[in-house]
Write a new protein. Structure first.
Length: 250
């Protein structure tokens, strides 16, 4: 188990953000990986967070198991598998510094995309775009999920214009990312990242993730979320710049 105080000073807020995201503050969990990457390698950070995500996915899938769109999953999951393989090959073949740079770039783009959306901007595929376009977005979602656990934006760009009911959208999203997270497991095994140290560290952080998920469900109905989102995404962009700088400098 990791014992570095700096790691936990960053890991606890990171896991709280993951829990809040699962509890209703969609998108803020993408800040978790960049935070942890300030203290440890991005590949190790992703491996520690993955078991926590899988446990959280079980709750989401159970809650929305009756509402999901099979066609979207059939189009996007194969693409996501290809993206996960590409992310694995990147992590396996290049240096940790290069992965850090990619993570920094993804973090900046994710934050800018979310800030753009909050200002009324829209970047999305047409509602009638063919399945091969969805497969491409699936590849991007799989890649960014493998590297940064941040596959939400490319997934949403293709799915949101298709006009699913709210329940079907949530259910399809939950099942897609539950499948993606399980598919990522062999990649992290192959990278040698499911070590006793990493798994024990994930276990220590698990209660924080579960408690913050319930907190998110409670808070999302009671606070003004707009300013909270804006602050998180500005911080995420700043952390992304820091990660990119670390990669360039070192």
């Amino acid at each position: 188990m990791l014992t570095d105080p700096l790691f936990y000073a960053l890991a606890i807020p990171a896991v709280v953000l993951m829990g809040l995201a699962k509890g209703g503050f969609s998108g803020v969990g993408a800040m978790s990986m960049p935070l942890l990457a300030l203290a440890i390698s991005p590949v190790q950070a992703a491996a520690i967070l993955l078991p926590i995500l899988i446990v959280q996915d079980m709750v989401s899938v159970w809650a929305f198991r009756r509402d999901w769109d099979r066609g979207i999953l059939l189009v996007m999951v194969p693409g996501a598998i290809a993206g996960i393989v590409a992310g694995y090959l990147l992590a396996a073949k290049v240096s940790a510094t290069a992965v850090l740079g990619v993570l920094g770039a993804i973090s900046i783009l994710f934050a800018l995309h979310r800030l753009w959306l909050s200002r009324g901007g829209r970047i999305a595929a047409p509602a009638n775009s063919p399945g091969w376009v969805g497969a491409i977005f699936g590849v991007i979602a799989g890649f960014t999920s493998q590297i940064a656990h941040a596959g939400g934006p490319p997934f949403q760009m293709w799915v949101l214009p298709r006009g699913l009911t709210p329940a079907s959208l949530i259910g399809t999203t939950a099942i897609f990312f539950a499948l993606v997270n399980w598919i990522k497991v062999p990649a992290y095994v192959a990278l040698g990242q499911f070590t006793p140290t990493n798994l024990l560290t994930a276990g220590v952080l698990m209660p924080v993730a579960i408690a913050s998920t319930f907190a998110g469900v409670w808070l999302v109905k009671r606070i003004e979320a707009e300013r909270f989102y804006t602050l998180i995404y500005i911080l995420m962009a700043a952390v992304g710049v820091q990660l990119l700088w670390k990669a360039i400098a070192g």
